[in-house]
Design a binder for this molecule. Structure first.
Ligand code: UGA
Length: 482
């Protein structure tokens, strides 16, 4: 390794999504990491080789470094005392007012202050509103720590669940918000294996878009700018999704295909093709919370950000609209059997927080439907929210979900859902109706296979059905199907 690569002692406070992924990735690029969490049972699971989240590459990395350069503890004092950099990666949930609840950050800052006996760089990794760095500074000073004993910096994370490890190690950019050179330099040292391209030379490197010739750039900013970059990035991505969802509704009404329209828009390099997939609305632990928090931040500094309010409203309406689409296909709900593919807020994860799929399933149940649901990873977590029962069954494969169902819904975008055996699916369903909230299929192909196929923002049979026509749809068995 390059002589400029110097291992740094890092403490990561919080072993949630961001904390755990960051810990594993810091170990992967050569640092000594202690990941601390006050949830002792979680720490025990991590120490014993358990992996609390579903994330590609995470098992290999934990296996490689656990007990060597990556340790887990519930003792914050011990974890932070020897650390040069302390990353705060605790939750910032949404409060009643929509603002971020910073009580965990506050508590951790006080605890760090009480165990500080040498200069530390404290790094905000959680998504926090602008000014949080100043609050952390005040809390630490109030606990009797001298100003020159620490710096507070912001180094936001842009990882997506499901691809978090690759997003971390092959980042588009690494944002470092720091007020002093010494703090900025330590963060630069931490990321040097990535920014120098050195990491990508190793045969064991996790593969991804970055390479030795094209390493991630560093963006040095003020601490406040780094805080705002994180919130504004998520808010803009959510805006793109709400925008394309409304465009999809226009397409649907006008008889155009939103997939063609999105392709046409996305080919403009100023806009780009990503995050223009129409669907049932965005969910997850970040976009809903961060859009609300950023709107709140703007309000607090005296700026009205009505656009974000509209983005949220469109997202809510999109779920409702999809539900109306199901109604238009089924006419009535009571007693209908619905197959559901997808429970997590998107494919590739077991996370069901703010999942549009769960919202739709709950509505179906409240209208008297029976649901058979399949998700490759999210059933266990869904059961905590919607317990299994006579009306809610969890099954182990897509065809079991479709078995004798009056319609099949696709609610997230696992690759597996885009590769179904269509003749088998057709045979399995009671009525060959597929209502696709993620546009995974080509409408013409579905029609050719005899399905009534409804999707989002596409013409032809993806238009809401005439309710009377829906009632007379071809049946599967008993020779009644045409
Ligand atoms: C998001 C951001 O993409 C990350 O950059 C950020 O670091 C993260 O939040 C965070 O703040 O922690 P994530 O919530 O994992 O990541 O998921 P995304 O892949 O961004 O998807 C969010 C939602 O938007 C999902 O429900 C997804 O299905 C939906 N989506 C996404 C669409 O409906 N259309 C699209 O074109 C893209």
């Amino acid at each position: 390794m390059d002589s400029k690569i110097k291992p740094v002692s890092i403490a990561v406070v919080g072993s949630g999504y961001v904390g755990l992924v960051a810990s594993a990735c810091f170990a992967e690029i050569g640092h000594h990491v202690v990941c601390v969490d006050n949830d002792e049972s979680r720490v025990r699971i991590l120490r014993e080789g358990g992996i609390p989240i579903h994330e590609e590459h995470l098992p290999e990395l934990l296996e490689r470094y656990r007990g060597h350069t990556l340790e887990f503890t519930s003792d914050l004092r011990a974890a932070t005392q020897n650390a040069q950099a302390i990353f705060i990666a605790v939750g910032t949930p949404q409060s009643q007012t929509g603002s971020a609840d910073l009580s965990y950050v506050d508590a951790v800052a006080s605890e760090i202050a009480r165990s500080m006996d040498s200069y530390k760089v404290i790094v905000e990794k959680s998504t926090v509103p602008v000014y949080t760095n100043e609050w952390i500074r005040r809390v630490i000073e109030r606990n009797g720590v001298a100003k020159d004993m620490f710096d507070v910096t912001s180094n936001p994370e842009f990882l997506r669940e499901g691809t978090a490890i690759v997003d971390f190690l092959h980042a588009d950019r690494i944002v470092i918000g720091a007020a002093t050179e010494i703090a900025a330099n330590l963060l630069k040292q931490i990321y040097f294996p990535l920014t120098s391209g050195e990491y990508y030379r190793a045969a064991s490197a996790v593969p991804g878009p970055r390479s030795e010739q094209d390493p991630p750039p560093i963006l040095l900013t003020s601490t406040k700018a780094a805080e705002i970059i994180k919130h504004a990035s998520n808010a803009l991505l959510a805006t793109k999704i709400s925008f394309i969802n409304v465009v999809a509704n226009v397409c649907e009404a006008a008889g155009a295909d939103v997939e063609e329209v999105a392709r046409g828009i996305g080919m403009d390099t100023r806009i780009g093709p990503k995050f223009l997939r129409a669907g049932v609305g965005y969910g997850g632990s970040c976009f809903p919370k961060d859009v609300a928090a950023f709107r709140h931040v703007a309000e607090q500094v005296g700026v009205e950000f009505g656009l974000l309010h509209e983005v949220e409203k469109i997202n809510e309406e999109q779920k409702l609209r999809f539900f109306q689409k199901i109604r238009s296909a089924l006419w009535t709900f009571r007693g209908k059997k619905i197959g559901v593919l997808g429970l997590a807020f998107k494919g590739g994860t077991d996370d069901v927080r703010e999942s549009p799929a769960l919202d739709i399933v709950k509505r179906l149940l409240s209208e008297g439907c029976t649901v058979s649901a399949y998700d490759p990873a999210a059933a266990a977590r869904t059961k905590e929210v919607i317990p299994p029962g006579p009306c809610m069954r969890y099954v182990d494969d897509p065809y079991a979900a479709a078995q004798d169902a009056d319609a099949l819904l696709i609610l997230n975008d696992w690759q597996e859902f885009a590769e179904l055996d269509l003749p088998k699916l057709h045979y399995t369903l009671r009525y060959p109706i597929v209502i696709d909230g993620r546009n995974l299929y080509d409408p013409a192909t579905m029609t050719k296979h005899g399905f009534t196929y409804l999707s989002v923002g596409r013409p032809g049979l993806s238009q809401p059905l005439d309710p009377v026509a829906a009632f007379f749809l071809p049946r599967r068995r008993d020779g009644a199907r045409t």
